[in-house]
Design a protein around this ligand. Structure first.
Ligand code: ADP
Ligand code: MG
Length: 534
């Protein structure tokens, strides 16, 4: 099916072509023909990112009269960001038509919005419930000639407590108005509203096949909460060209994480509820314009954010509920592009991963944090590619080199060195500090037991490992028995091939360090205080 088969005019088809929309999405394909008939109320249900905006914008632009200068359709959205986005999307689609649109929302100048209403006479108004009602009360916004009310993201409006307002707004319309409603979910109050206000609505419901789409690779990393920041930095080090939303649970967390990322040289913006509208707009603009690569946000602040081409969605900790997980990751892997979702999960929250998997009906990939070597090669590769790119650009403009005789001095100065040697020196110069620092980083994703290490514990190296026949049971039994510890005192055991690590209460430290005659599977066991943060 193509857009031209849906009954849309040439001006609209031309705009779609310019936008690069090759074929209609499922909701568009099924909703547009119904909406063009103009003879019934409508309910469209489809998950986020399925193109619901164009599904109602296209029919509106087709059926409204561009030569009449009164408000003919009202689109109600839950947030200012969404109102702006919807308005921008309609404008793009209306590019070759005479239609005018206006976004109306709180937190911005009344005067400018009123003036636009009166002077520009938009046919389509997109707004948030509060400000819409204000302007309606003042008589500036009237719906005498308006036939269509679109409720966009109705479930979000419900969540935000706007339902009474929505009903008031609908009440301002003539009885023969049409209501078009779009919503990802249909909770009870929405069904009630439908019963009350809708007249034999036609419904299109796009089943979520598997809830999260196949273009998203879903990974999770099990890491203790306190190491999440460090773990994320390592992941980002090995994923070049990231353009990502990072979701945190609290405002405070967004700030802390953003600080750490900034410290590591990432380009970051934050979006949280503590920020004023102006500040948030600036942050959003910078992110959308790719001036920064990472946007650290809370669910609430990110409501309605719609950014294209995200490479990753990162869950800094598992989200509160399945719905928000799906909602979050649905922001990547759009329009046929591949996306990656990354979830950092504390060992004690791992069961939530299982719940999410059941909900989405898709398995998530359990990933291992990149090793030191992987991080090193990724860091070096990324840097070198940048430098190479620069060198190539300069060389392409070669004839513009401004070399005079002084260049000879440099040439002679380095004459005796081989290219090989020079490269080695350059490499050391550029990378050694960074690489040495990486050598000392600990391993974060080892299997942890109990509540994790505490200040009163000491981490010990133990000279036997799996090849010696060591199992967790033997280790716990023998060590506890030998030194008079409770098994639950032994924590964060990490068994490697030839050796192991474990934590014991500090008061047992010397006892273990001094022990000479513990044997496990006939191998003599020696303890040392562990140096690395294993
Ligand atoms: P929803 O409201 O269902 O969450 P949107 O209307 O915001 O989805 O659309 C999601 C993204 O998909 C937007 O960036 C939009 O520009 C893009 N889009 C919409 N329709 C198409 C299409 N037919 N082809 C390609 N991209 C589309
Ligand atoms: Mg939408």
């Amino acid at each position: 099916m193509e857009f031209k088969d849906l009954g849309l005019g040439p001006d609209l088809l031309k705009a779609l072509d310019g936008l690069g929309y090759v074929e209609p999405t499922e909701i568009q394909e099924r909703a547009i023909p119904i909406l063009l008939e103009r003879n019934s109320d409508f309910i469209g249900q489809a998950q986020t990112g399925t193109g619901k905006t164009a599904a109602f914008a296209l029919p509106l632009l087709q059926v409204l009269n561009p030569d009449s200068n009164s408000v003919q359709a009202l689109v109600v959205c839950p947030t200012r960001e969404l109102a702006n986005q919807v308005c921008a999307e309609i404008d793009k689609i209306a590019k070759f038509t005479k239609f005018k649109t206006l976004a109306i929302y709180g937190g911005a100048s009344y005067i400018a919005q009123k003036r636009s209403l009166i002077r520009d006479r938009p046919q389509i108004v997109v707004g948030t419930p509060g400000r819409l009602q204000d302007l309606m009360k003042q008589g500036v916004l009237q719906f005498h000639n308006a036939e269509y009310v679109v409720l966009d993201e109705a479930d979000e409006m419900l969540n935000m407590g706007f339902f009474e307002d929505v009903q008031n707004i609908i009440a301002a319309f003539d009885k023969n108005r049409r209501i078009w409603m779009f919503s990802a979910t249909m909770p009870k109050p929405i069904l009630n509203l439908i019963n009350k206000e809708f007249d034999h609505p036609k419904t299109v419901s796009i089943k979520k096949k598997t809830l999260s789409n196949d273009d998203i690779e879903q990974r999770y990393y099990t890491v203790m909460r306190k190491y999440h920041k460090e773990a994320l930095c390592r992941i980002l080090d090995t994923e070049p060209d990231t353009y990502a939303l990072i979701f945190c649970r609290t405002k405070m967390e967004t700030r802390e994480l953003a600080d750490v990322l900034l410290g590591k040289g990432h380009r970051v913006e934050t979006l949280n509820g503590d920020m004023g509208q102006r500040e948030r707009d600036v942050a959003m603009e910078r992110f959308k314009a790719h001036k920064v690569d990472l946007m650290v946000c809370t669910d609430v602040a990110a409501r309605g954010i719609d950014v294209n081409n995200l490479t990753h969605v990162i869950n800094f900790g598992v989200p509160q509920d399945n719905e928000s997980y799906v909602h979050r990751i649905g922001r990547t892997g759009r329009a046929g592009l591949k996306g990656i979702s990354i979830t950092l999960v504390d060992p004690k929250d791992q069961f939530i991963i299982k719940k999410i998997e059941r909900f989405t009906n898709k398995q998530m990939i359990k990933a291992k944090l990149p090793s030191v070597n992987e991080i090193k090669s990724s860091v070096v590769t990324t840097e070198l590619e940048n430098i190479r790119g620069l060198v190539e650009t300069i060389l392409e403009k070669g004839d513009e080199f401004k070399l005079d005789d002084t260049y000879k001095i440099m040439e002679e100065c380095f004459e005796d060195f081989e290219k090989d040697e020079l490269l080695k020196v350059m490499f050391t110069w550029k990378f050694n500090k960074k690489l040495l620092a990486l050598d000392n980083i600990g391993n974060l994703d080892s299997i942890k037991r109990g509540n994790g290490s505490s200040k009163d514990n000491v981490r010990l190296f133990m000279s036997v490992g799996k090849t010696d026949g060591l199992t967790l049971k033997i280790l716990l039994d023998d060590v506890s028995h030998k030194f008079g510890l409770k098994k639950s005192d032994i924590q964060n055991v990490d068994m490697k091939t030839n050796f192991s690590f474990l934590e014991v209460p500090t008061r047992f430290r010397d006892k273990l360090l001094k022990s000479k005659d513990l044997r496990i599977r006939s191998r003599k066991v020696r303890f040392e205080v562990s140096q690395a943060r294993n």
